[in-house]
Design a protein around this ligand. Structure first.
Ligand SMILES: Cc1cc2nc3c(=O)[nH]c(=O)nc-3n(C[C@H](O)[C@H](O)[C@H](O)COP(=O)(O)OP(=O)(O)OC[C@H]3O[C@@H](n4cnc5c(N)ncnc54)[C@H](O)[C@@H]3O)c2cc1C
Length: 160
């Protein structure tokens, strides 16, 4: 987990931030090696931590459990597929209204609240519903690969 995410947890609730920090170890070193063992790239974790703060290595399931434990019992509802957001007026980033906000789900249910945080990922239904002109995400797939550069030494042959 990058330092900015850790700082966000700490800003939201210092106790939760502390619990999240306790879940993992701080990364000491990292990098990508060639299959022969040679380093292709290194991360200077000490310098990274000096500049931005520590990077934490933790298990995603532990993080989710910690966050679920932090919300009041009964407040979390799973398997709710939000399809539309209804505001009393036209949407604007940071708009403040005393009339609250209502969302509806695929099953036709309505949920009303004071505040809606549209943290529903890359293909956000909240963004689609409020900003109909917004372009759809164009990223479909990411490939990570290493290529041989002509100037680099030849990789060892298989079986050698
Ligand atoms: C394989 C993989 C490995 C990764 N590894 C790392 C890593 O090691 N370190 C790192 O920092 N990042 C990693 N990432 C990236 C990281 O997971 C994302 O950047 C991050 O999860 C994005 O957070 P988010 O809250 O914006 O969206 P998401 O994590 O996608 O959360 C969106 C949530 O909204 C819910 N949702 C979506 N649509 C609706 C709807 N209509 N109604 C109700 N709920 C809805 C989804 O179910 C989901 O729970 C990885 C990603 C992948 C795919």
């Amino acid at each position: 987990m990058w330092p900015n995410a850790l700082r966000a947890f700490e800003a939201l609730d210092p106790a939760v931030g502390e619990r999240v920090r306790a879940l993992g170890g701080e990364e000491l070193n990292g990098g990508i090696r060639h299959r022969g063992g040679r380093w292709l790239s290194r991360v200077d974790a000490v310098e990274l931590a000096r500049r931005h703060g520590a990077v934490l290595i933790l298990h995603r399931a532990d993080l989710l459990r910690t966050l679920v434990d932090a919300v009041p019992p009964g407040s979390l509802q799973l398997a709710v597929d939000i399809t539309a957001v209804h505001l009393p007026g036209p949407p604007a980033a940071g708009v403040s209204t005393t009339d609250g906000v209502t969302v509806t789900d695929a099953g036709g249910r309505s949920f009303r609240g004071d505040l809606l945080v549209g943290a529903d990922g890359l293909r956000s239904a909240v963004r689609r519903s409020l900003w109909t002109e917004a372009p759809a995400p164009r990223v479909r797939r990411v490939h990570r690969l290493a290529l041989h550069h002509p100037a680099a030494p030849s990789p060892p042959r298989r079986g050698r």
